[in-house]
Design a binder for this molecule. Structure first.
Ligand SMILES: O=P(O)(O)O[C@H]1O[C@H](CO)[C@@H](O)[C@H]1O
Length: 301
């Protein structure tokens, strides 16, 4: 089902998943318009798209120009693909991701990961803004994602639902070590070099459907389950990236503390999420830059 918006109404329509050829059309469109051949892909979280501005020799493609592409509708997600060089390394960067709550099915939210794969991308760096569930986490902490809980999967939804196309990957997929152990270890060493180890955490991310933030009862449940941070993205992209055998590394910026007391009137809000992302911009960008250099130097697969 797809949700198609008109000015007055929301009309659900039948829709089938992208074919291999449709995704190939997208990757061909991009490859025909850039000299660069990136092997590293980046997906930027809410308010974190400024990362793409660091790239030199940029070729910029608004999603609205790329054939078959969805559009970004959320503030803090500019909605373009930037191909350029980061410290001389060719990369392709999504400045704006697609979320399930925007009305896109999970297979549609993740289509750009497969487009990147068809372009030749082998490694994926993802960032997101997330709420701190772990009571020891502070606003502005940067969490290296160690693992996730796929709540959509528990509920019977997956970006891999439907007929499996073996050209992308296998029908059944192991998900241990989804967030590459070696890259996580190296990222911690980089954080120490940068002298930001005091704000670095490593933990478990969960994606809920949104767009509501969590109730007190939901946050308490997540704490009991061992969740450290909660957001509304990333998990589906990681599943699709692992399905096509990309190496994955991901960072959550803790933009707010989830409320666990009924007497607490703090209200999570997107303006605060964007503001915190803006404040931590330089650390997130420098850490990500150094991780890209590390990913580029790593020849294992
Ligand atoms: O995960 P990203 O895209 O960073 O965005 C996060 O911020 C928004 C909520 O403020 C949600 O979309 C949540 O997922």
């Amino acid at each position: 089902m797809r949700v198609e918006r008109t000015t007055e109404q929301t009309v659900p329509k039948e829709e089938t998943v992208y074919t291999y050829d449709e995704l190939k059309q997208c990757s061909n469109y991009l490859l025909e318009r850039t000299q660069l051949r990136p092997k590293i892909g980046i997906i930027c979280g809410s308010g974190l798209g400024g990362f793409a501005d660091q790239l030199s020799d940029q070729d910029v493609f608004p999603y609205t120009d790329i054939p078959n592409f969805p559009t970004s509708t959320v503030e803090g997600h500019a909605g373009c693909m930037v191909i350029g060089k980061l410290s001389s390394i060719p990369v392709v960067c999504m400045k704006g991701r697609f979320h399930h709550y925007e009305g896109y099915p999970l297979w549609k939210c993740t289509m750009a990961v497969r487009v990147m794969k068809l372009m030749g991308v082998e490694k994926l760096l993802l960032t997101n803004a997330a709420g701190g569930v772990n009571s020891e986490y502070n606003i502005g902490d940067i969490m290296i994602i160690k693992d996730h809980m796929n709540f959509q999967g528990f509920g019977g939804n997956s970006p891999l639902f439907g007929v499996n196309d073996e050209r992308f990957g296998p029908r059944f997929l192991a998900m241990n070590n989804a967030y590459d152990r070696d890259l996580r270890k190296k990222a911690k060493a980089i954080a120490t070099e940068m002298k930001i180890e005091n704000v670095i955490r490593e933990g478990i991310y969960v994606m809920l459907g949104g767009p509501t933030y969590e109730t007190v009862a939901e946050t308490r449940m997540l704490q009991m389950l061992g969740v450290d941070a909660v957001g509304m993205s990333t998990v589906q992209e990681v599943i699709v990236a692992r399905h096509c055998n990309m190496k994955v590394f991901a960072l959550s910026l803790i933009t707010n503390k989830c409320v666990t007391e009924y007497e607490n009137d703090d209200m999570a809000n997107h303006a605060e999420v964007i503001a915190v992302a803006n404040n931590r911009k330089s650390e997130m960008e420098e850490l990500s830059r150094r991780i890209v250099i590390t990913m580029n130097a790593d020849n294992t697969n």
